[in-house]
Write a protein that binds this ligand. Structure first.
Ligand code: HEC
Length: 82
């Protein structure tokens, strides 16, 4: 059993390190959205307004973020050209 420990730790590191390194790419919106398709023609302000519309129950997690964080995420994944 103890022999498994190093392997387990390595596996954990392999999983968590890239996740940490990619922090900026971990935009939760991508769980549900394909920005280039979903948000074509929307401005960043419109996307932000929709993201904060908590009457959309799928957006409940968005309440965990500040406007600034949401804006940063949106800026990162917005379809090009805006
Ligand atoms: C748990 C899934 C989920 C997550 C995570 C999520 N959304 Fe949505 N979002 C939806 C659903 C469902 C709709 C409404 C259905 C639809 O029309 O696609 C929607 C609608 C929208 C719309 C209106 C345009 C459209 O696509 O219909 C915008 C803009 C939007 N979301 C932005 C965001 C942003 C920005 C984030 C990240 C901060 C985010 N969403 C995270 C599920 C999600």
């Amino acid at each position: 059993m103890p022999r498994l420990l190093p392997a387990l730790l390595l596996a954990l590191a392999a999983i968590s390190l890239p996740a940490l390194a990619q922090d900026a790419d971990e935009v939760i919106c991508m769980d549900c959205h394909e920005p280039a398709e979903d948000w074509e023609g929307l401005s960043a302000d419109e996307i932000l307004a929709d993201a904060k519309d908590l009457s959309n129950k799928r957006h409940a997690d968005n309440a965990d973020f500040t406007d600034e964080q949401l804006k940063a995420m949106i800026a990162e994944i917005m379809p090009a050209g805006e």
